[in-house]
Design a protein around this ligand. Structure first.
Ligand SMILES: C[S@@+](CC[C@H](N)C(=O)[O-])C[C@H]1O[C@@H](n2cnc3c(N)ncnc32)[C@H](O)[C@@H]1O
Length: 257
């Protein structure tokens, strides 16, 4: 068995293909992941020089930087990973423009930082919302409250332990030089506060993120004292994740960007 790229008392990270190595991560208890969305994402020639490796190409006659996400041509990596995972509890980010995974139990909304989605805006509307899918059978997410009239007695307020399914972030910027993406070293980095809120909802046990990127899920799990295992295909992102994990509570991707 290949040895981990990074390991501490809470977190293990492997560098490689999660679909070829289910033994690395499918033994965990809860899946919290941000897979390739299947949107053929690139930076479309927008220069973001603070990211890692990049290819140079001509875009309208100008030399610009182009980046892409591995296996992002369609949703097959996501669907393959879910097939390996089965119907155990899972939380998964995704594009609202692509078909959801099978057997979704609930959909939350992630609202990006203030500049999120500006490059792909629809007229004056930023594309700043993404889906957060909740999957898995049984009552791992808690007992389902009955819907419809009369479910709650008139004098009873909604239970205070419930929260909105909309997940905003205190991180202010995504794509600026001081923003989340540049600071975390990954163009699709997710904010630590959103991940912490999601992990807090999870059933107990080890968290798996087989599409770990810069390690945001693993960092959030570690900050919450949860055990976690991650896999990332690209070594440059494993390097970033390992650095973030060794920094512990001082991680920059939490609230500051
Ligand atoms: C949307 S990004 C995750 C970003 C991450 N949430 C963060 O905050 O940095 C998806 C990641 O999955 C990785 N990936 C794609 N296919 C993979 C595979 N088969 N095995 C492991 N990682 C893969 C990509 O390299 C990319 O870094």
């Amino acid at each position: 068995m290949t040895s981990p790229y990074y390991q501490d008392e809470n977190v293990t990270l492997y560098c490689g293909d999660c679909l070829e190595h289910p033994e690395w991560w499918t033994g965990a208890d809860v899946l919290v992941t941000d897979p390739p969305y299947g949107i053929k994402w690139t930076t479309h020639g927008v220069s973001r020089t603070s990211f890692g490796d990049r290819n140079k190409c001509d875009f309208n006659g100008t030399q610009r930087d182009v980046q892409s996400i591995a296996n992002d041509t369609d949703t097959s990596a996501r669907d393959h990973a879910l097939a390996l995972w089965g119907d155990r509890p899972a939380i998964m980010f995704g594009s609202l423009f692509k078909p959801p995974p099978r057997d979704v139990r609930h959909i939350g909304i992630y609202v990006k930082p203030l500049d999120g989605g500006a490059l792909s805006a629809f007229g004056k509307l930023r594309r700043d919302c993404e889906a957060i899918y909740f999957l898995g059978h049984g009552e791992q997410w808690g007992r389902q409250v009955k819907t419809g009239r009369g479910a709650l007695p008139k004098d009873q307020r909604p239970p205070t332990e419930m929260r909105s399914s909309i997940f905003g972030t205190r991180v202010r910027f995504l794509g600026t030089p001081a923003g989340l993406s540049a600071q975390c070293g990954h163009p699709h980095a997710k904010p630590g506060d959103v991940l912490e809120a999601l992990i807090a909802l999870c059933p107990t046990g080890v968290i798996a993120d087989p599409f770990a990127g810069s390690g945001s899920t693993l960092v959030a799990a570690k900050l919450l004292g949860r055990k976690a295992v991650g896999v990332e295909l690209e070594e440059r992102y494993c390097e970033v994740a390992a650095r973030r994990l060794s920094q512990g509570v001082l991680d920059f991707g939490e609230w500051s960007a």
